[in-house]
Write a protein that binds this ligand. Structure first.
Ligand SMILES: C[S@@+](CC[C@H](N)C(=O)[O-])C[C@H]1O[C@@H](n2cnc3c(N)ncnc32)[C@H](O)[C@@H]1O
Length: 215
């Protein structure tokens, strides 16, 4: 049994990337346009998008909630792995981000599959029905992650998947005292205390939490 994970340095990562992650030219253009429009460059990495797509395909997801739209990169990426009648309901606080995302979603081949809901996700998620979603991807304010975990417990169907980005908190999650590290640690502690949630952290990008609601 291996006691440690094999470290993946940049050269090894570059090797793996060219063999497993197809380039999405539309999303590459979206990133360039988002930079030009002054949006922060904090969307998920292509390898994380590929991971989300694989997970959603593997479970045959049709209905996905996202918390944190930004420019629509991850929402469009996830929509690509859903069937034609699949739906991504993505929640965004910032009107300007939502407007940019709506435009890029409307011009994409995933138009009709992604809906942007504007508002504080803590409130907008409360309006959604119980056990109606196959997966939820959390990628927004870190101080809200514990709150989003509670929403996920209600909103996900049995065997539904909870995914969350940045759970390594830039490598500081174990002992960091900054706001992000403390918030993510609280999230991981809260998730570990949920009896019907089995989880693992996948060290892609800044770490992807991957949990399955039992039942
Ligand atoms: C890291 S970005 C999302 C990136 C996006 N998932 C992607 O990969 O393309 C975080 C987004 O969450 C939004 N956000 C922050 N607090 C929020 C809240 N309380 N409710 C909804 N969205 C929020 C921010 O405005 C920002 O656009």
């Amino acid at each position: 049994m291996s006691k440690t994970s094999t470290p993946v340095d940049e050269a090894l990562f570059a090797f793996l990337r060219t063999r497993t992650i197809p380039e999405d030219t539309y999303l590459r253009d979206l990133c360039a346009a988002a930079t030009e429009a002054g949006l922060p460059q904090i969307q998920i990495a292509p390898e994380q998008a590929a991971f989300l797509q694989l997970v959603l395909r593997a479970i045959g997801a049709r209905s996905v909630i996202e918390v944190g739209t930004l420019g629509g990169y991850s929402a469009i990426a996830m929509a690509r792995s859903l069937p034609a009648d699949g739906r991504v309901l993505t929640h965004e606080l910032d009107e300007r981000h939502a407007e940019f995302a709506r435009e890029w979603i409307a011009n994409s081949d995933q138009q009709g599959k992604v809906e942007v809901v504007v508002g504080d996700a803590g409130e907008t998620l409360a309006q959604l029905p119980d056990a109606a979603f196959d997966a939820m991807f959390v990628d927004a304010d870190k101080s809200g992650y514990v709150r989003y975990l509670e929403h996920a417990r209600r909103l996900l169907r049995p065997r539904g998947i909870l995914l969350a980005d940045n759970v390594l908190a830039g490598g500081r999650v174990a002992g960091g005292t900054d706001e992000t590290a403390v918030a993510i640690r609280a999230f991981l502690d809260a998730a570990a205390a949920v009896p019907d949630l089995q989880s693992v952290v996948v060290p892609l990008g800044d770490g992807v939490f991957f949990g399955v609601k039992q039942g």
